[in-house]
Ligand binder design. Sequence first.
Ligand SMILES: [Mg+2]
Length: 134
Amino acid sequence: MDQSESEFQSQVIAEAKRQGWRVYHVYDSRNTSDIGFPDLILGHPIQSRIVVIELKRKGEKPTEAQQLWLTIFEHAGYETHVWRPSDWDSGEIARVLIGVGKRHIRRRLDIAPFPERMTAEEFREALRVGRIER
Ligand SMILES: [Mg+2]
């Protein structure tokens, strides 16, 4: 019952989009770009965050080339994550996507488009009650 990486990826992409993230997905970096380039680059217009994601199957580690790219992004100041299906199950992915505990959230509610499932009012309320930290 090992979940394939592409299924897992579809799940993550769907949830990210649901939360208002713009999603750039590298279809197959082996043929089209530098080896090891991360699977997903997510950008959030309200949270003002860019998140760089490498997806792995259960028990898999990033290759050396993947780790190099993640390190480059990290050193350049980007938030990077390696996610496996267990991170979905534990709620870690949801926490990162909603921005809990991240310092990157800035208040730019007035200029940004809103996620389909959260209005500006709902977002402000979530901040107010502490469901999302600033
Ligand atoms: Mg991957």
